[in-house]
Design a protein around this ligand. Sequence first.
Ligand SMILES: Cc1ncc(COP(=O)(O)O)c(C=O)c1O
Length: 467
Amino acid sequence: MPLHTQVDESSQDDGLDVNPVYVHEQSFQIPRYRLPDQGTLPRTALQVVRDELILDGNARLNLATFVTTWMEPEAEVLMAECSAKNMIDKDEYPQTAELERRCVNILSSLWNSPAGGQATGCSTTGSSEACMLGGMALLWRWRARRQAAGLDAARPNLVMGSNVQVCWEKFCRYWQVEPHYVPMVPGRLHLRGAEAAARCDENTIGVVAIMGSTMDGSYEPVLEISQALDRVQAEQGHDVPVHVDGASGGFVAPFLQPDLEWDFRVPRVASINASGHKFGLVYPGVGWAMWRTPDALPDDLVFKVNYLGGEMPTFALNFSRPGAQVAAQYYNFVRLGAHGYRRVHQTCQDVALHLSGEIAKIGPFELLTEGRDLPVFAFKLRDDITGYSVFDLSERLRMRGWQVPAYTFPADMTDTAVMRIVVRNGFSMDLANLLLDDFRLQVKTLEHHPQTQPPPEIQKKRQSFKH
Ligand SMILES: Cc1ncc(COP(=O)(O)O)c(C=O)c1O
């Protein structure tokens, strides 16, 4: 979350004006940065907060986020009913704990965990926490192996593409693990087997393979990466496990690419994470982490809480967490079933392929992906288009409410600026066609009115809604 700094003295007594319809006084203000001495009536408080929030973008037109922006009314009712339940109170809310257990079982079979292997998993606040837990398990296991062999365990490293989501950078910084990034280069925008293998050594705790790169929606080849690591083991003796960051793909590949081997069918895959709040179709805050076998999860990371007179093992960074999202995840499984998930995701993919195909036809764009893995695609302006940038186009689309992010790629490709569209449930073919009309119109406008580029400090701010 952004770190906020205390406002300066002169602003501390700023007030919010309250609509005169809601109060008796001619002019009534609520302090903006201080706790009011007295409260207000619920309707007044609701109006004050709502009035502020109208400036937020329209979530349905947000094509930047991977996170669910629409659930059906029945799911919203269920979430409201469960909003008081705390996930950690297993003893007080045993049925919520039971729903979590069922979700873990459903996911472990969706991810083809081996029969009898006792795959073990838990819910989290999202993929970031799940990645943190996955990374910690890799680190603890590597350290234990090194210490048992009497070897130095001071300089762990983690191998991944530079296209990883920021949570992996956080993991490395917080746990003092050296990130071994494989750079993106034109023509190879994500991690491949040979490059991953080349960055591994005796201090490598694991390799992260992403099922659905945040940059362009493409899947990293988990099987190829794993086979390259088999060769590392045969030639150098380092047995390097793979963690699959399936933040988005963990809920897409089982339905749209069921034959693709990316999950526990690949023996080297030790753990997987996914966001229930992305293509799991739940509102934000739920993720999932899963380990192939209980021993992939070191005992000293597990804490016990009370449960039905006994103890239940837990692994989490937070203690309290809302239970509503877990109930909603289970609701979605019951409501949609495998067939429903397939239909929802196939519809998103049809829309993504239609959009990418039509955007390619407009003329100035070059597609980097089409939306064939995740229903997500990225594109850039052709190198000979110099009169305007993707940032100009993003701003012009925003005038109509569309939020289409423009951003530059990470280190080694920072000169490449792209746009990315994430198609989620609720973004219909009709909306896609309206977006295309605006794309065509705005491109034509920009072609007739070349833009002067703003100074660097403003240019930097224009990248603000990258995820
Ligand atoms: C590949 C990948 N990993 C991890 C994350 C972090 O997920 P969350 O937002 O659920 O914490 C994201 C978010 O976009 C992602 O795309």
